[in-house]
Each structure stands twice: as C-alpha cells, then as structure tokens.
Design a protein around this ligand. Structure first.
Ligand SMILES: Nc1ncnc2c1ncn2[C@@H]1O[C@H](COP(=O)(O)OP(=O)(O)OP(=O)(O)O)[C@@H](O)[C@H]1O
Ligand SMILES: [Mg+2]
Length: 288
C-alpha cells in the first residue's frame, strides 16, 4: 500500500450502547453494549451474530433512525443526529412501491427527496437510466414489482439506493429472502456494482448484515462478529482473501478456514438461539 493510500475513517462508533424500555412493563433491555468500531472509507464490513444480538440496532443508529443511549457515532468526524441522504438503507423486504414501475421506484428519491432537488428532468432520467443499467435491469423499466422475481426486486432496491448518491450503504439482510442460487449471483453482482475492482477511494463504504457466514466471508473486508445479551463486538476478523472475489473464491482453502473460525465464535450461541440446551462437541459441529 502506498502512503497516500492510507484509508481515512468514514464511520466511528465510540462506546455505543442502546437500551430499550418496554412501555408496558417498564423493563429495560440492553440491546447493544459498549460497541466501538472504526470503519474506513471504501471498506465493506459484514456484521454477523445470533438473532437478537443487536445487529439491526447498530445499523439503525448509523442510519440515524435510532439514537444511542450512551456513546457517539460519527461520520467524517461529525456526530450523526438523524437520517440523511448520505446514508442509504436497504432491507430484506424490498420496500418498493407496488404501484410504481421499476424506473419510478429507482427515481423516487430524485423526485421526492433532497438528493434530486437540484437535478433537471433530463438529469434525473439519465441518472435513473444509468442505475437501472448498472443493476442489469435495462428492458424492465416499465414493469411493476409484482412482475419481477425476488432477485430483480432487490436489484431495483439497490438501484434506488445508489441513485440517491449516498456515500455509505447500510444493508440489513438484503439477500435474506432470496433462494440460495439467486443469492450467490446477487452477492457477486453486489461486489461488481460496489466496485470491487475499482480503487478503494472510488468505492462506497458498505455495512451489510447477514446470518450467512459464507456470505459475510465472500463479501467483506472485515467481519464483525457480535454476541448477545447484551449485544457486543466479540471479534473483528480480517478477510484476507484477494479481490476480486468470484466463483473461485469459495474453493480457496482460506475461505473455508475463515468461515470455520467465525462459526466457532458463534456456534454455542447459535445453538442456544435455535432452542438447543448446548452445542455438541466442537469436532462434530465443524461445518464441511
Ligand atoms: N424498538 C425496540 N423496542 C424494544 N426492544 C427492541 C427494539 N428493537 C430491538 N429490540 C431488542 O433489542 C435486541 C436486539 O435487537 P436487534 O433487532 O437489533 O437484533 P438483531 O441482531 O438484528 O436480530 P435478528 O438477527 O433477529 O434480526 C433484541 O433483544 C430486541 O428484542
Ligand atoms: Mg436484525
């Protein structure tokens, strides 16, 4: 790495905690406790951990949809105080407008949100065309969401996210509702669109939540492993697999080692979260 390529910090979480008070009982849940993390500009971070460990809560606080009970979150050195077009969010359930076509959905924020306010009609149309093409949906511009497969709907959601020009992408299990094969294809598509072959300075900073360890290893520069009750950062694993990641990546022995290392960090909690009293002895539980 050349000296001028030293990455700058895009997001900084400093001792972030979040408690929720149940209105009916007054009971307090400490959802996230003392999470500290620096995320570099252009970095792709995946967060994994058992159900209920606070992954979505962390993402929502970065999005500005929730506020930390203690600690602080900064973007480019400035405290995050609410939602902003600089941070785009994508969820599992598409969240497309069913009465709008593909191109209307992609252009939604450019008509109704701040990012597109300075654009002429022609610039908006060109921007929509560009992102529809980038996600591989040219020819489907006039279709409605019900005419699309799940994979195509998430392509639309990704195009809409990018059309608004955020510099941070926040994705909460965006591929979680897709079948296994579509998911593999979209993982690779996501890396292409993110720009895995481009210099890091041109990439957006991405945070991606998943339950799928192999998905995390395939996508990420670093995987944040969380543990629950309360939600904490258990480990941060560097994914030292070369980019570009492609169909050969999963055959790399290092891919299997990293997946196993992460599984071993969460296996006990994952078994308990799935209703078992305890995980079986380690040797028997090692994934193939
Ligand atoms: N709005 C809320 N009010 C009360 N409790 C909440 C709220 N949101 C989250 N929690 C609690 O905070 C904890 C963390 O929840 P969160 O949704 O962040 O977990 P998660 O890791 O995203 O889980 P999953 O993998 O199932 O999506 C859980 O105990 C959850 O019940
Ligand atoms: Mg969640």
């Amino acid at each position: 790495m050349t000296p001028q390529a030293t990455p700058t910090t895009k997001l900084r979480l400093r001792s972030v905690s979040k408690s929720f008070i149940q209105p009916r009982t007054g009971h307090t849940t400490l959802a996230v406790a003392d999470v500290s993390l620096d995320i570099a500009s252009g970095e792709f971070i995946c967060i994994v951990g058992p159900s209920g460990c606070g992954k979505s809560t962390v993402l929502n606080m970065i999005a500005g949809l929730d506020t930390p009970s203690a600690g602080a979150i900064e973007k480019d050195g400035v405290a995050i105080t609410g939602p902003g077009a600089d941070r785009g969010v994508m969820f599992q359930d598409y969240a497309l407008m069913p009465w709008q076509t593909v191109q209307e959905n992609v252009g939604f924020g450019l008509h109704h949100g701040t990012p597109g306010k300075g654009f002429t009609t022609q610039q908006r149309q060109e921007r929509v065309r560009h992102f529809v093409e980038l996600v591989g949906l040219t020819g489907s511009e006039k279709k409605y969401p019900h005419q699309l497969s799940g994979g195509m709907r998430q392509r639309v959601a990704l195009a809409r996210l990018l059309a608004n020009g955020p510099d941070v992408l926040l994705m909460d299990e965006p591929l979680g509702a897709l079948d296994a094969q579509t998911r593999l294809v979209l993982q690779q598509e996501l890396l292409r669109i993110w720009g895995q072959t481009a210099p890091r300075a041109q990439r957006k900073t991405a945070i991606f939540i998943t339950h799928d360890i192999e998905e995390a290893v395939f996508l990420a520069d670093r995987v944040v492993v969380m543990s629950s009750h309360p939600g904490r950062v258990r480990a941060v694993i560097d994914i030292d697999l070369p980019r570009e990641r492609n169909e050969h990546t999963r055959a790399d022995p290092r891919f299997g080692q990293l997946s196993e290392q992460i599984w071993n960090l969460i296996r006990d909690e994952a078994w308990r979260a799935a209703g078992a009293a305890a995980a079986p002895p380690e040797a028997a539980a090692t994934p193939a």
